[in-house]
Unconditional design. Structure first.
Length: 82
């Protein structure tokens, strides 16, 4: 089961993204933010962002987000990679 987040039209009109890319880009930015705040593991953030490991790591570098990696995250990433 997932959740939906509703963003009012007047706010979406101010987002500087092409309408056909807005959902994908906003979801990706949310994934990076959740990872940066240590609310989700890298594996879950990658899954939410729809990115492979290397693309996600590149995105972290582009945003100046430091990687954090625990034993638990290693195991989660291993599960998602298989």
């Amino acid at each position: 089961m997932g959740i939906s987040i509703e963003i009012p039209d007047d706010i979406m009109e101010t987002v500087k993204l092409p309408p056909d890319k807005a959902k994908q880009e906003l979801t990706k930015e949310m994934a990076f933010s959740l990872y940066q705040r240590k609310l989700v593991s890298m594996g879950n953030a990658r899954k939410l962002a729809g990115l492979d490991k290397w693309a996600f790591i590149e995105g972290l570098a582009e945003r100046g987000i430091e990687r954090h990696y625990s034993e638990q995250e290693l195991q989660e990433d291993f599960r998602y990679g298989n």
